[in-house]
Design a protein around this ligand. Structure first.
Ligand SMILES: [Fe+2]
Length: 326
């Protein structure tokens, strides 16, 4: 009966002795070479990026992880360089909150913020880099309406007759110069006061200065409109506050919007700019590309004016659109 406790004591001591003999070795390993994932438990300024990036698990979506890891890398670099105070950091948080609160079905302040920081134009340009003679693209802007009325070529989209008349004509072609019959050409623009119809409900007719045309068998399209004017982007919100703080102008140079599409081709979203606008080199959203500045001539030809239903003289622009293969 007495032998059992003795046996137990001996067997209990053996593992204890083994454990104490191994402990220094185990501790030594933990200090010298921590497991890779251990690094994520300790945040340091030096390793901040690696610490955050290492939190992702094996099941992380690869593209999402790449995008977020890259964002973290550059945001941490920004903070380390700019060293915002706590008040400035909270101002930034509150600013983005205000940007969100400014958004509704008719106003997208985040796109506006992206636009004035040049991000929209950078994304757009990088995604259409491989050009070889095709028409260059630019920003869509916030005033596009997908269900604008369809017209026959030559129709007048200036429903209230305001502004200096302009005749727009051209062809839709592929990179080899062949016409793209049936191409859809959607156009929209501001009026001579610098406002879109959607900004002046009850002042301008609905669907004023916008329409959809179809290229004929030779790729031709044409329409009558009014000479556009420059206009300010909406600047009564947080984006406007930032422009004011930076002493930046909110104006966009005068332009006509084009969206051109055809089966088998990449949809083109672009503008053409008038050549005499004082804001060409100071576009608030950086949308101007030199190749998109069009030549608007003045035509003084009574017979021709009568033929197309415009008073003489009138402005005219010829603008060919070249689409990329899809
Ligand atoms: Fe516009």
């Amino acid at each position: 009966m007495m032998a059992k406790p003795v046996t137990k004591k001996i067997s209990a001591r053996k593992p204890a002795a083994k454990a104490s003999a191994k402990k220094p070795t185990a501790k030594k390993k933990a200090v010298k070479k921590p497991a890779k994932r251990d690094m994520s438990y300790y945040f340091t300024v030096k390793d901040s990026v690696k610490v955050v990036q290492s939190r992702s698990g094996k099941r992380a979506d690869k593209r999402t992880k790449f995008l977020v890891d890259t964002l973290v890398k550059h945001m941490h670099a920004f903070v380390k360089e700019a060293r915002p105070t706590m008040d400035e950091w909270m101002y930034g948080i509150n600013y983005l909150t205000r940007v969100g609160h400014m958004c509704n079905d008719w106003r997208q302040e985040f796109i506006l913020l992206s636009d004035v920081l040049g991000i929209s134009m950078l994304v757009e340009t990088l995604n259409h880099e491989k050009m070889s003679g095709e028409t260059e693209s630019t920003v869509l802007g916030p005033f596009y309406i997908p269900d604008a009325p369809a017209y026959e070529n030559g129709a007048n989209i200036c429903l209230d007759g305001k502004g200096e008349p302009v005749w727009v004509q051209g062809r839709v072609l592929n990179a080899k110069g062949k016409p793209i019959a049936g191409a859809k050409i959607e156009v929209w623009q501001a009026n001579e006061d610098g406002f879109y119809d959607v900004q002046q409900k009850g002042i301008q007719p609905d669907m004023n200065l916008r329409g959809v045309f179809t290229a004929d068998k030779d790729g031709h399209y044409s329409f009558r409109s009014a000479y556009p004017r420059h206009y300010p982007i909406p600047h009564d919100g947080p984006v406007g506050d930032m422009l004011t703080a930076l002493d930046r102008n909110p104006n966009r140079p005068a332009h006509l919007h084009f969206m051109v599409s055809a089966p088998g081709y990449e949809k083109l979203i672009t503008h053409i700019f008038t050549p005499d606008c004082p804001w060409l080199k100071d576009d608030a959203v950086f949308g101007v590309k030199e190749s998109l500045i069009a030549d608007f001539t003045t035509v003084d030809d009574a017979k021709r004016a009568a033929g197309i239903g415009l008073p003489n003289p009138f402005r005219m622009v010829e603008w060919n659109v070249v689409l990329s293969k899809a």
